[in-house]
Design a binder for this molecule. Structure first.
Ligand code: ADP
Length: 390
């Protein structure tokens, strides 16, 4: 099939909901999205015509997929850096590139780099396998309990994070035996969690979205509120500049989400993600340019879009799976109850606690907007029994 308008093909490795929502933006731009998904039933593979089935951790699959793409990008962090480099060497740019992406793939690499840049971070230490217990004791002697134990690689949604109130030798030994590389972090008694979402293009153009408050339960983001309520203009600008500065210093191309802790003493960086992020789903309705469109613009080195909000408040609530696998009958109630709430379903099988979609509400009054989003997400999860479950 030829593309009469000579539009570029953007390859996105990964077939999850982020790739699925990127497809919506690609359709509007007329850009062709190609995804590399593990399974035809993956969230994005269900909706992208040019879905290739393969393993993005396997070099041959990735190289095959990249052939003919104007640029390759990612909907997750798990593609090995050496493979990404091989794609770059074959003449297809990867954005973000392997050097930048390392900082989103490995929490220790990220901490060491940010510390060297002088970005505010919790105290941390590597726990090398050969003397992890002793290194942890030494860290505790300096910083006290609780300590946050983290797998340096491969964690998501709180998997790979353990808050220890006392020494748990059995846990440390088990993780080491499983080959997990560990680090320790000082426990941060944060007031709340924030996210700063920015985009940076290869040209070096930057754009920052309003700062978001993220609410987590059991390590999963359940709600975002934009703009973060009660955040001073100065503090918001500080967070945006911090994120733009990190994007610049790390040479990020595409989106960068900087997860932050707000403490009594100021902001600390928790984590980095170099792709569209859960804290940016609100932008589909709540900003002039969605994060998915922005990511496409950035990786294609197009001028970035306006990040201006479309309403005073936007609340996004993640829809988690409940006990009933049939979600669709619940649309009737949710849509009748509030015609202005927007439902996004990721085409995933419903499993208890699994992120299967999100809803977005916008408006002038925060309490009301929050309640509308919460109601829709809770109803989709629990149905009429939601009142007993809340
Ligand atoms: P993941 O990679 O799974 O998203 P994170 O490093 O973001 O893991 O940690 C998940 C959650 O654990 C954070 O959202 C935060 O609530 C909590 N957490 C992480 N690090 C710390 C810390 N140093 N102090 C206190 N809480 C933390």
């Amino acid at each position: 099939m030829t593309d009469a308008a000579q539009m570029p093909v953007v390859g996105m490795a990964g077939g999850g909901q982020l790739a699925r929502m990127t497809q919506q933006a690609a359709i509007a731009l007329g850009v062709s999205l190609r995804v590399l998904a593990k399974d035809p039933a993956d969230s994005a593979a269900r909706v992208v015509a040019d879905a290739r089935i393969g393993d993005d951790a396997a070099l041959a699959d990735l190289m095959d997929f990249a052939k003919g793409c104007a640029v390759v990008t990612f909907d997750h962090e798990h593609v090995p850096g050496a493979h990404i480099q091989a794609v770059v060497d074959s003449g297809v740019p990867c954005r973000p590139g392997p050097e930048a992406l390392r900082h989103a793939q490995d929490k220790l690499v990220m901490r060491e780099k940010l510390a060297a840049l002088g970005a505010p971070c919790p105290a941390f230490a590597h726990l090398p396998a050969e003397n992890a217990a002793a290194a942890l004791e030494a860290f505790v002697a300096e910083h006290g309990w609780p300590v946050v134990l983290k797998a340096t690689r491969g964690g998501y949604d709180g998997k790979g994070v353990w808050v220890l109130k006392a020494m748990d030798t059995a846990l440390v030994e088990r993780l080491l035996a499983e080959g997990v590389d560990l680090m320790a972090e000082a426990f941060v008694p944060f007031r709340r969690e924030l996210a700063a979402l920015v985009a940076r293009s290869p040209h070096g153009q930057g754009a920052a979205y309003p700062i978001v408050e993220t609410v987590q339960e059991d390590g999963i983001c359940v709600e975002t509120i934009t703009p973060a309520p009660g955040l001073s203009g100065d503090r918001a600008a500080e967070a945006q500049h911090l994120a733009l500065d990190i994007a610049d210093k790390l040479g990020v191309t595409g989106l960068l989400a900087v997860e932050l802790f707000e403490t009594d003493e100021g902001l600390l960086v928790n984590e980095l993600a170099m792709r569209p992020h859960n804290s940016g789903h609100w932008t589909i309705e709540g900003a002039r340019t969605s994060q998915f469109e922005q990511h496409l613009r950035a990786v294609l080195d197009l001028p970035l879009g306006s990040t201006e909000p479309t309403a005073p408040y936007t609340v996004m609530a993640n829809v988690l799976g409940g006990d009933d696998p049939a979600l669709y009958p619940r649309y009737l109630h949710v849509m009748a109850h509030d015609p202005a709430v927007k439902v996004h379903f990721y085409g995933k099988d419903v499993r208890p606690g699994r992120k299967i979609g999100h809803v977005t509400a916008l408006g002038d009054t925060l309490a009301e907007v929050r309640e509308r989003a919460r109601h829709a997400a809770d109803y989709l999860r629990w149905g009429p029994e939601m009142k007993d479950k809340r």
